[in-house]
Write a protein that binds this ligand. Structure first.
Ligand SMILES: Cc1cc2nc3c(=O)[nH]c(=O)nc-3n(C[C@H](O)[C@H](O)[C@H](O)COP(=O)(O)O)c2cc1C
Length: 206
């Protein structure tokens, strides 16, 4: 009996190339997945490398125009979001390598969420509140932070990610934090080691 490979969608957005701590964590995740022997298919978008632009008015209007009424330019404009949506729908596991920039996610990452958080596609508004349309997916957030915030009111990034993922129906969310990365080499080394063991534990559960 053959089982389908685990479909993994990884989005990353560090400004620090391969030295980015969230990228290092993402690489650890991929290594752990490889070592697990699981069959998997990985799609990776580096949103900084591709310089993902903000969602603009013309692009959003193109989504809102019925498909059979779109101009050629609008058909071109909807392709980006439609491609991201198709990748997300196909994914079993969404991995978000999330740097903390100014207490939030990088703007390029917000630009990705802006293109997958589409009413009628990943969630619906109902009288009982918004209802997510994605089912059976897991999310793993690998959070890299200069300071220490997890569990405190200052952590505005975690609730934001939880709400955005939850809005689409992704309730099975796992968070691995590497914090205090700008608080000295010793602190950083310990935080990265602990995060890497959190990643290994997550992969063992897959
Ligand atoms: C533009 C920018 C903004 C940052 N803002 C914060 C912040 O608000 N709080 C914090 O603790 N660290 C902050 N940092 C430090 C980053 O969280 C830290 O460098 C972390 O490693 C980022 O992930 P990365 O290395 O994958 O890019 C900031 C770094 C940059 C470059």
């Amino acid at each position: 009996m053959s089982t389908a490979p685990l479909n993994v969608l990884l989005v990353s957005a560090s400004l620090f190339d391969d030295n980015g701590n969230s990228r290092v964590l993402a690489a650890s995740f991929v290594r752990a997945l490889e070592a697990s022997g699981l069959q998997y298919k990985l799609t990776h978008h580096d949103l900084v490398e591709r310089d993902l632009p903000h969602l603009g008015a013309a692009e959003m209007q193109a989504w809102m125009t019925p498909a059979d009424e779109r101009t050629a330019a609008q058909r071109e404009l909807v392709m980006l979001s439609d491609t991201f949506l198709a990748e997300l729908r196909a994914a079993d596991l969404l991995v978000i390598a999330a740097p903390l920039y100014n207490l939030g996610i990088p703007s390029q990452m917000k630009a990705w969420f802006d293109r997958v958080l589409r009413a009628g596609e990943t969630f619906n508004y109902t009288a009982q509140g918004p209802v997510g349309l994605l089912e059976g997916k897991q999310a793993l957030v690998l959070a890299a932070r200069g300071g220490v915030y997890a569990g405190s009111e200052l952590d505005s990034q975690t609730p934001h990610l939880k709400s955005m993922l939850g809005l689409m129906g992704i309730a099975d969310q796992h968070y691995v934090y590497a914090e205090g990365l700008n608080m000295g080499d010793e602190y950083k080394a310990k935080a990265m080691t602990e995060a890497q063991s959190g990643i290994a534990n997550f992969v063992e559960m897959l």
